[in-house]
Unconditional design. Structure first.
Length: 408
């Protein structure tokens, strides 16, 4: 990164639905490539690439995107307005020894077509299932145990990109379990590979709640820099929101199980300050996929019990306390706190799964991250979990500082 440089270029590996890409783009970075093996996730990335391209045009072209979101035009009609070089930034390939040469060639072509000479940052993180504590707990029930999961070795693909493109910095995101996977051997191997290809780095746990998100979601964020540079891992000042859960949901219409309602309950002017200040809701947003799960009668009965327990002194329903006829798993000794009730009028760091009591309606919400496999094209426009990481050159000493901003 040269002094005075204003545009930084990045590559996103194992991009998923594009949480990291979305954050970097919103922070002003230029995407060279998003590499993702899942076809549905790749379509999401293409849709977002279309949005960002159209939003930069001066002729109100962004209306084509919103017309697509409203179902007024087809995806093919939307893509007629997007240059091929923009769509080419999305590379729908599984990273492997067999495919990596072709991925390198496509990225090189993207750089040549865009007149980009250097990659400034590489971001991303291999699939976390092989490192997660939950995944390891379920390992004995799997055909391929986690210890033998080939995804344990995908960090080597990441370091091959560092070797080829030599970015000044990288951001590697993964679950907390990466440090203890395989008795700590996985993390030691990762450290060795990063040092071998010429990088210094630091690993710290970050919690989305400390960046204004109403969700307690912890991730290990490794920030690295090429040896010989003066870059560093910055200290982040916590920014905990005082918004309550209802502030997050107040513009969505209540829905019963299996129902869909793709209309905002209130106009932009009347939604909560939290929604507007965080950027979750904008004046032009379109609601998509506001659909409640078609829960079976058994699940609804369990949710009712969870709510009753919560209303009785804020107790949590333990799985081993369920009547036997309502249990679907034999395991009653671990993961007993499967049912989360969050009070709408309280400040709360929501976990990944929750049940929100609202009158006679059980509103079931899943907070989605880019690790999910079942992805929909329009998902990021509706309650997305966004990790925004911005990289800016400091005026003095031309140092670089990473500013993390997590939004949901």
């Amino acid at each position: 990164m040269s002094k005075g440089q204003t545009t930084f270029n990045f590559i996103d590996l194992f991009a998923g639905a594009g949480g990291l890409s979305e954050g970097f783009i919103q922070a002003g970075f230029n995407p060279i490539a998003h590499v993702e093996m899942n076809a549905m996730a790749a379509q999401t990335l293409e849709t977002r690439a279309a949005f960002h391209y159209l939003s930069k045009q001066d002729d109100n072209s962004i209306q084509f995107y919103y017309a697509y979101e409203r179902g007024e035009i087809t995806r093919a009609e939307l893509m007629e307005h997007i240059p091929e070089e923009v769509i080419a930034t999305v590379i729908n390939e599984e990273l492997s020894d067999k495919s990596i040469k072709g991925v390198f060639e496509q990225i090189d072509k993207n750089m040549q077509d865009a007149g980009v000479e250097h990659v400034d940052v590489i971001v991303g993180g291999p699939p976390c299932q092989a490192y997660s504590l939950v995944g390891r707990a379920q390992s004995s029930h799997m055909i391929v145990p986690m210890e033998e999961d080939p995804r344990n070795e995908l960090y080597k693909m990441y370091t091959r990109f560092l070797t080829r493109y030599k970015p000044e910095m990288f951001v590697f995101e993964n679950v907390a379990g990466i440090k203890s996977a395989r008795g700590g051997a996985a993390y030691k191997n990762l450290q060795a590979h990063l040092k071998r290809v010429g990088y210094e780095f630091e690993c710290r746990e970050q919690n989305a709640f400390d960046f204004g998100v109403l969700q307690s979601r912890k991730r290990m964020i490794i920030i690295g820099w090429r040896k010989g540079t003066e870059h560093f891992y910055p200290d982040f000042v916590p920014h905990n929101s005082e918004a309550i859960v209802n502030d997050l949901l107040d513009d969505l219409a209540p829905v019963n199980r299996g129902e869909e309602n793709n209309a905002y309950a209130v106009p932009y002017e009347d939604c909560s300050d939290y929604l507007k200040e965080s950027g979750i809701r904008t004046p032009h947003d379109v609601v998509t996929h506001h659909i409640a799960r078609p829960n079976c009668d058994r699940d609804v009965q369990i949710y009712g019990m969870a709510i009753d327990a919560w209303n009785d002194g804020e107790q949590r329903l333990s799985y081993d306390r369920l009547p036997e006829e309502l249990r679907t798993h034999r395991n009653t000794t671990s993961f007993k706190d499967r049912f989360k009730v969050v009070e709408g009028n309280k400040i709360a760091a929501i976990q990944c799964w929750l049940i929100l009591p609202k009158m006679d309606i059980i509103l079931f919400i899943r907070i989605v991250s880019n690790a999910d496999l079942l992805l929909l094209e329009k998902l990021l426009d509706f309650r997305h979990f966004l990790i925004a990481i911005s990289l800016k050159a400091a005026e003095e000493k031309s140092l670089n500082k990473l500013e993390m901003q997590f939004r949901r």
